[in-house]
Design a protein around this ligand. Sequence first.
Ligand code: KIV
Length: 272
Amino acid sequence: MSINLTQKSLTVSDVQSRKEGTPLVCLTAYTTPVAKLVDLHCDITLVGDSVGMVLHGLPSTLGVSLEMMILHGKAVMRGLRRSLCVIDLPFGTYEESPEQAFRNAARLLSETGAAAVKLEGGSHMSATIAFLVSRGVPVVGHIGLTPQAVNTLSGYKVQGKDADAERVINDALAVAAAGAFAVVLEKIPQALAHQITKAVLIPTIGIGAGPSCDGQILVVDDMLGAFAEFKPKFVKRFADISQQTAHAIEAYAAEVRNREFPTQMHSFGLPA
Ligand code: KIV
């Protein structure tokens, strides 16, 4: 596929205008080569703090630092031409105060060139979202299952079931009223995601939230089958990179041991 060098990046208002339109296609990316591939087909590329688990082997996203996000954000931005780049504020870099959030969001945007930040939390983060937006930082909200709260949520369970639905609806309304330009709905019942999508004027981006959302996002390593530790129910594997990689490494090891590789084809000059 050829790349159109004159193509402009999508803007925050392009994303907003997709409410109830063609679904927004979103994936995470953490490296330049993957970002280049994602960019050809996705509207939003998220430098997610999932990088800690899928690339760095951390047990949760809690150990991800601002420096890690900046490093991966810079790498991803080198690969993007069209897609809007959103970068996660990691745990501990925004919850203390709106001022702390602004200081760290400003670093993420100015040092990477990303267009927007994403932060986790509903009603209790609305003052921070409003503070950021009023100071020039576009924000994507993230409600429902918020992985940075894994310890207070006691795991990665479905959120907003039964009596808890009202809390998640209020979170969505609060995040939208605070000025977020889109909101990620993670791991909530599909009927609730449908209700929220109808109730808010900003695009909803679902992950484990069913088909009614205005867009969908997955962790790229999950959908490629590159992260094989576990597969959440909401992930569809579109490839099995982990198994292919394992087969390739096994074949390489066997060929080196059997002196089948390298051959003349991979060597320089005449054999001695
Ligand atoms: O960090 C991440 O990859 C995310 C997505 C799961 C939405 O927040």
